[in-house]
Design a protein around this ligand. Sequence first.
Ligand SMILES: *[C@@H]1O[C@H](CO)[C@@H](O)[C@H](O)[C@H]1NC(C)=O
Ligand SMILES: *[C@@H]1O[C@H](CO)[C@@H](O)[C@H](O)[C@H]1NC(C)=O
Ligand SMILES: *[C@@H]1O[C@H](CO)[C@@H](O)[C@H](O)[C@H]1NC(C)=O
Ligand SMILES: *[C@@H]1O[C@H](CO)[C@@H](O)[C@H](O)[C@H]1NC(C)=O
Ligand SMILES: *[C@@H]1O[C@H](CO)[C@@H](O)[C@H](O)[C@H]1NC(C)=O
Ligand SMILES: CC(=O)N[C@H]1CO[C@H](CO)[C@@H](O)[C@@H]1O
Length: 868
Amino acid sequence: MLARLSILVLLSLRTVSDVTTGIPDAAPPGFEEWESPIVLPAPSVQGTADWASAVQRARAFVEGLTLEEKVNITTGVDVLGRCVGNTGTIPRIGWKGLCLEDSPLGVRFADFASAFPAGINAAATWDVDLIKARGTAMGQEHRGKGVNVALGPMTNMGRAPEAGRNWEGYGGDPFLAGAATAATVEGYQSVGVIATVKHYIGNEQEHFRGGSESAQIYSSNIDDKTLHEVYLWPFAEAVKAGVGAVMCSYNKINQTQACQNSKLINGVLKEELGFQGFIMSDWAATINGVQPALAGLDMNMPGFVGYDIGPQNDPDPATATNSWWGAAIIEMVNNGSVPEARIDDMVTRTIASWYKMGQDSDYPDVNFSQLTEATFLNGELVNEHVNVQDNHYKLIREIGAASTILLKNTDNALPLKVENIKRIGLFGSDAGPNPDGANGHGCDQGTLAMGWGSGTAYFPYLIDPLAAISAHIRSINPTVVIEGILDDFNTVQVGLIASLADTCLVFVNADSGEGYITVPPPPFADAAKRSSPPLADACANTIVVMHIVGAVLVESWIDHPNVTAVLHAGLPGQESGHALVDVLFSDGPQATNPSGRLPYTIAKLRTDYPADVLYTSSNSTPQITYEEGVNIDYRWFDAQDITPRFEFGFGMSYTTFTYSGLRTSNEGNSRRALSSAASLPAQPSTSVGSSATASRTLTTSISGSRARSLSVSITPSITASVSASAFASTSASTSPSASFWRNTTSTTGAPPVISSPVGDIGGPAALYEDLLDVSFEVRNTGPVAGNEVSQVYIGFPDSYGEPPKVLRGFARTMLDPGESQTITISLRQKDLSVWDVVTQQWVLGRGTFKVMVGSSSRVIHLEGTFQL
Ligand SMILES: *[C@@H]1O[C@H](CO)[C@@H](O)[C@H](O)[C@H]1NC(C)=O
Ligand SMILES: *[C@@H]1O[C@H](CO)[C@@H](O)[C@H](O)[C@H]1NC(C)=O
Ligand SMILES: *[C@@H]1O[C@H](CO)[C@@H](O)[C@H](O)[C@H]1NC(C)=O
Ligand SMILES: *[C@@H]1O[C@H](CO)[C@@H](O)[C@H](O)[C@H]1NC(C)=O
Ligand SMILES: *[C@@H]1O[C@H](CO)[C@@H](O)[C@H](O)[C@H]1NC(C)=O
Ligand SMILES: CC(=O)N[C@H]1CO[C@H](CO)[C@@H](O)[C@@H]1O
């Protein structure tokens, strides 16, 4: 979304998904022929690292199953089950099946559960401890409801600011998104819930996103370097963090459907990243049976062929015929198109995740139903109303306040002091409750605290700003005049009250969500724009609060002298009003000095961004080519020298900080070769493609006060092998063509591509080892305590074609007035490496690097260089 917010109109601005502008649909010259190579066979799970015991136990589990029983674990039962996704069960051994449930901000469709701040707000805290605490709390709630697999976190990159689901994820930088994703996965899984990182991959807009029922499914055309350095990065961090599940997306990549893209599933996820868990389809994202199975898909959700196609509710996967899998898998095995070993591997991976999270002992059964909040359904007890909220409201409030970003604050207009307020006006429907209740439908009514679609949860309650602010003011001075005008179109009353109040709080919002719901533009928006009196012209102290899903254009009012402060509150979840009070007044027991930072860039013009949503296309596969490469968000603004309105990483405080004493050091960090091929378990090989070993010695000298040097040797090793799995004797001999994978009927043509060996989890372990420390001092030089979010950006040597700066570390640090602290941020090998498209591995950069330490991507306080 990228709507123009206007306080002249005072309306809660809705994002409309059918705005037409944007980019041409044809692939630019040179890009038409992009397609995904075919990588076969699907690598079998190896039991790498700490997965060994879980995989071993899963193998034993699978060994005793019939094919029908195995199929039951691979295919969803129906969409009318207790959870949004339900595998079959195995009654013979008392295995109860898996419950898969949305969403990335809570337990969807469940009562007595919390509505957490959205992912984008979690990212805006820039605090991995808070992000992990959020993941843990959400995990506890899923577990308490009996959910085995939580369908989050979402970590697509927000390439186009208008894209409907950006708010579910962590913003426009892969490093920030990667850190947030890993912390969230760790949180969920620390309490035994399997996390699902999604949507793999290039699911960067909802328009034309596809699914089995769609006529048009776009192709995200992404080059190899960009894939690795931007879009794959957070998925790799999730795999490294031990994520149990991945969800492939609706769209195509390089013309091939994500859930049957063998390059991305077999080649990248399972081999290169050494993923040990299972990958499921997004709901009805499979458009074939055989291809996804061979390409490495492990679970087909929710099981049926497509929404509104055939029976939607088949209770037994192994006999289900309205499925690309189910009974069809048995046929595929029988007619030799899919080896049974592939089915075994699907199930082994799934059961390994289940064992790894300890779900085999003492795990609650499902005790709610996505279908109803009532207790009984068709006479059956389905909802035990288990209250899983615990005291999570406290964390929700803390994250809500910690994610609030102060964008403007003229002459310390904020924090507000109740003793200075005689008459306050609150304006806009976004200040108040939804007239249909917190969970009332109808588009964007009342204060906005989450977007729409599958990334949502029920609000147990929603604290609106008008209620919270009124209560707060009255607790200090019950005689303040407080008037809230929630009617966005009563411009006469707004004008009157605005001219009388000494303090005006204007609430605006912008909503967006998943593409299965399309929202028409509000009918009166334009008329209102023309006739409304300009509020800021009437009130000399106008403070704007924005509840928004992503970047909005603010140019028409941001510099108005009467707009004295602007707070970006994002989507704060159920404690919205309380969190806002903590920042606005900063005076109660929960007083918060704002430290939220933008996880994306707010531009001056829509056209300043490198990408927009593709809205119109007559092509059956609309082409979306990532021509900007690695330069998304602030990287683009830096590379093109475009001045944004508010840059990535920006956010103000009620206090001030100074920076000094930049040092870089690599003391004490041992180095390991970037390749871990030597430690791989032996694979049965029928042929060996190539094997290359090289080493070089690098010298690092650090500029600054403590110069050091070290020698490293890097031993990249490429060993290609073809495994002698059953696949070789079946489909390999028929060499499926590229068009087969694009879902056409041809079955002759291109040979399978030889794949590289399975590596450590997340790629070579050495990539994640620390290489270099960056330290500096931060001092609080202002009047009040506060958190500073320090950001470390790296500039690669020019020859690498990297963006002018890339975020590679950050820290949120609480400092009392006058206090200073030394902050040390470790950079890992991966953080200083680039993806080499020729050797297909990460290569440590070489030459003179810049290190920039700042409080935003454009406010750099310290700068230095080091050599690698
Ligand atoms: C997509 O095509 C580009 C250009 O050939 C290539 O660099 C990239 O690796 C391909 N990606 C996938 C997943 O097929
Ligand atoms: C498969 O799962 C369904 C649904 O739970 C169950 O009714 C059926 O008995 C299972 N089939 C086998 C072979 O276990
Ligand atoms: C094998 O069975 C599957 C599932 O019914 C079907 O899609 C596929 O076309 C069949 N292949 C052959 C070679 O008969
Ligand atoms: C600011 O508000 C005051 C009313 O308090 C008004 O007189 C003045 O014209 C406003 N300034 C602008 C630029 O609209
Ligand atoms: C994919 O191929 C199957 C037949 O193999 C066909 O029924 C289905 O409609 C195709 N899907 C798309 C999106 O082309
Ligand atoms: C049917 C079932 O397993 N219900 C459980 C729901 O969750 C609560 C708390 O986790 C358990 O006490 C119930 O037994």
